[in-house]
Write a protein that binds this ligand. Structure first.
Ligand SMILES: *Cc1c(COP(=O)(O)O)cnc(C)c1O
Length: 362
């Protein structure tokens, strides 16, 4: 069997060690003779495990005490609704930053509940490179309101590395494809959310980190499974959680700790992205159209100068075990998602393949 590297944007590659562990203990979790998939979420053994998982997450991200960590349903798109539903009573006209596909989809959902103030921040430089307007220049409303944005646009490969500095505003971030890839200062945000299937584990569970001050106990109209107060009170077990995904996410968090935590992962992620972009920049055969300052570390978007070779590129890559390189249908081209679980060797193998492909067809 050839070694396969999965560059899919999500569900994405999981660390091999984690998959091995799942396989090993799948039929007999913690030696109790049952599978993790058939254990009650209310059992001591399961709830004890969730406490460990939350602590590991808090350790890795340095989550302050005045934040809840919730394990939710509904993916990131569920949060597109949950955020306005939970925050709107106090903040009637939120600011929504539009930097690309995902932040725009969050806007479409928010518009069902309110009239967001939409701020378009994706720009084109004189050399036709995409970038995001500097945060200081975002034309935020003067209301006391929340600001929703997406620090990493997974489709466009556009990342915002700046952190919010603006006082009197609650920042809400869709961190789905960047959480755990680099250090962030949780205190700068009111809410951070992320679906699991990029950097955290199999699809199913959604992480929400929310400042306790933002919980609204009085608001009755929020669907219970999206109600942050209720989820905090019930320790994310208002209804049956996605037990398997929760458990598997826990294994990924342990793996991250073993790897040396976020600063070590960030170092490695920088290195992986650097060699791939550097290679793309050295040739005319491949192109990336994002300004250096906003190139995503997790999702490297590129295309071929000879567009009609794209399908062949994907086919040939797959033949040697490089999976998931097709760009999203909305933007086309190619995309290499290089989340935490992608080893340096995977990126090096991709570059080697790209070089050979160029020699053959360039
Ligand atoms: C993947 C992704 C989503 C969608 O997540 P779902 O779990 O499918 O709802 C939303 N936002 C960003 C930034 C993403 O990368």
């Amino acid at each position: 069997m050839i070694k396969v590297y999965n560059f899919s944007a999500g569900p994405a590659m999981l660390p091999g060690d984690v998959l091995e562990k799942i396989k090993k203990e799948f039929l007999n979790w913690k030696k109790i003779g049952l599978s993790i998939t058939e254990i009650s979420h209310r059992s001591d053994i399961f709830t004890k495990n969730t406490i460990i998982i939350e602590q590991d997450l808090r350790d890795l991200l340095n989550v302050p005490k005045d934040y809840h960590v919730l394990f939710c349903h509904g993916g990131a798109r569920g949060q597109f609704s949950a955020v306005p539903m939970n925050l709107l009573t106090d903040f009637p006209k939120p600011d929504y930053i539009n930097s690309g596909f995902w932040s725009y989809n969050a806007i479409l959902e928010a518009q069902k509940y309110c009239k967001p103030n939409i701020i378009n921040v994706q720009k084109l430089s004189s050399s036709k490179k995409k970038y995001v307007e500097n945060m200081n220049n975002w034309k935020l409303s003067s209301f006391y309101t929340y600001v929703h944005y997406c620090p990493n646009e997974t489709l466009e490969g556009l990342e915002i590395f700046e952190e919010p500095q603006i006082k009197n505003k609650v920042f809400v971030g869709d961190f789905s494809s960047t959480l755990f890839s680099r250090k962030i200062d949780i205190k700068k945000y009111g809410i951070i959310y992320a679906c699991a299937q990029k950097n955290i584990g199999p699809a199913g569970i959604t992480i929400v980190i929310v400042n306790k001050n933002l919980l609204n106990n009085k608001k009755k109209s929020i669907p219970s499974i999206f109600n942050y107060s209720l989820l905090a009170q019930t320790k994310s077990m208002f209804n049956t959680p996605t037990t398997f995904s929760w458990y598997a996410a826990g294994l990924v968090l342990k793996w991250m700790k073993k790897k040396g935590g976020i600063s070590k992962l960030e170092e490695l992620n920088k290195k992986k992205a650097k060699i791939l972009y550097q290679y793309i920049d050295t040739t005319d055969f491949y192109k990336n159209s994002i300004k250096h300052s906003h190139r995503s570390r997790m999702n490297v978007i590129f295309h071929l100068k000879i567009k009609k070779l794209t399908d062949l590129f994907i086919k040939e890559a797959q033949k040697i075990g490089l999976w998931g390189l097709k760009g999203h249908s909305v933007v086309g081209g190619l995309r290499a998602s290089i989340y935490n679980a992608m080893p340096l060797k995977g990126v090096e193998t991709l570059i080697r393949f790209m070089r050979i492909f160029e020699k053959k067809f360039g």
